[in-house]
Design a protein around this ligand. Structure first.
Ligand code: SF4
Ligand code: SF4
Length: 355
């Protein structure tokens, strides 16, 4: 069975802007058939951490909102709170960050509803019968929505190689308990040889798991929640992890949470992915480094596995190498796609339909 992935490049001309093309690709991919009259429609996106500038631009989100309204839906913008400390770890800070980053109602033309409530505890346990989990914890307002349009900024990611539609669904729709379950196998340690005891990791750790002991940082594995923040913020790159063990399991757990996020919405979901400003790390960080690949275009599909495979293939083709492997050499990003196929999330077998 082959899935269709719609594609448009980033060329435009007077009278046909990228916003026009965004509307066109949503209609071509069958948005109208996914949304019933009056459906409360979750527009799942990542509002970006404060200081990050690589996240999806609000004007594209507004266009998607317009198309959903035209199809009869009642859209709301949504995401779940983060595990790590930052600008999005509770609903109040999350709303402030979203508005700071341009997602105010007058801009996006839709209200924001944080899917897992004030502190990430508003969740629905969704039965999935996966190979790791029998049920997963999904943000209540995503689980309760009638339909969903998943807007993804496709970029590199420190735990899954790339962050695409599967990550947006699996990690992005999980409530706090679901995120903890996914991170539980990530257990970093500090190589004291290069540690300067600068304290950066201590300041960033959301669970207070790191302390400076005899001129070096030490991580308490019992307190660590596996958010991986310390790995990225360490200026000496001396926080290590057993990637062979951690990365495959995180990806598989993410896939199983994606199954939970889609439960009851298989016929009422559409994915729209923007392969632009392909930054090396997630938009969860308060900065974004230079892109690791050229801009490619906009893709749409109702299959999260197919659209991620297509995005990765197009990036590799445009870059002339695999920039995700080059940036995160220990991570095999294909594990999420393979597990997605094994568990029925979607297929890697796709056909590209250019607009
Ligand atoms: S020790 Fe590192 S991975 Fe563990 S909770 Fe702290 S920042 Fe996150
Ligand atoms: S951020 Fe890195 S160098 Fe600084 S204390 Fe932590 S492990 Fe050591």
């Amino acid at each position: 069975m082959q899935s269709t992935v719609w594609f448009t490049d980033l060329s435009s001309r007077p009278g046909k802007s990228l916003l026009d093309k965004t509307g066109e690709i949503l209609r071509a991919a069958g948005l109208a058939g996914k949304i019933g009259q009056g459906d409360l429609t979750a527009v799942k996106l990542h509002f970006g951490e404060k200081g990050n500038t690589a996240f999806l631009r609000p004007v594209f989100v507004r266009k998607a909102v317009e198309e959903i309204v035209a199809a009869g839906g009642r859209p709301f913008l949504t995401d779940t709170n983060t595990l790590y400390l930052g600008g999005r770890s509770n609903a109040v800070d999350h709303l402030r960050t979203a508005i700071t980053n341009g997602f105010a109602f007058p801009v996006a033309d839709a209200p924001i509803v944080i899917a897992d409530g004030l502190r990430g505890e508003s969740a629905v346990k969704v039965p999935i019968g996966g190979t790791i989990f029998s049920e997963v914890s999904i943000g209540a307002e995503i689980a309760n929505a009638d339909a969903m349009v998943v807007l993804t900024h496709f970029k590199g990611h420190e735990l899954s190689g790339f962050g695409g539609a599967i990550k947006n669904l699996g990690m992005g729709c999980a409530a706090r308990a679901g995120k903890l379950a996914q991170h539980s196998t990530v257990s970093p340690y500090v190589d004291p040889a290069n540690c300067t005891a600068c304290g950066t990791c201590v300041a960033h750790c959301p669970s207070g798991a790191i302390s400076i002991v005899t001129a070096s940082a030490l991580i308490d594995p019992k307190t660590c929640i596996g958010c991986a923040d310390c790995i990225v913020v360490c200026p000496e790159h001396t926080v290590k992890i057993d990637w062979n063990e951690a990365a495959p399991m995180v990806q598989k757990k993410m896939v199983e949470h994606a199954l939970g996020a889609l439960r009851g919405k298989r016929d009422s979901v559409l994915f729209l992915s923007f392969v632009t400003q392909v930054s090396p790390f997630c938009d969860c960080y308060g900065n974004n480094d230079l892109p690791i690949a050229p801009d490619v275009g906009i893709l749409a599909s109702d299959d999260p596995v197919a659209i991620d495979q297509a995005c990765a293939d197009l990036v590799i083709k445009a870059a002339g190498r695999d920039p995700f492997r080059a940036t995160h050499p220990s991570i095999d990003w294909s594990i999420q796609l393979a597990h997605g196929e094994e568990t029925g999330l979607g297929t890697r077998n796709y056909e590209i339909r250019p607009l």
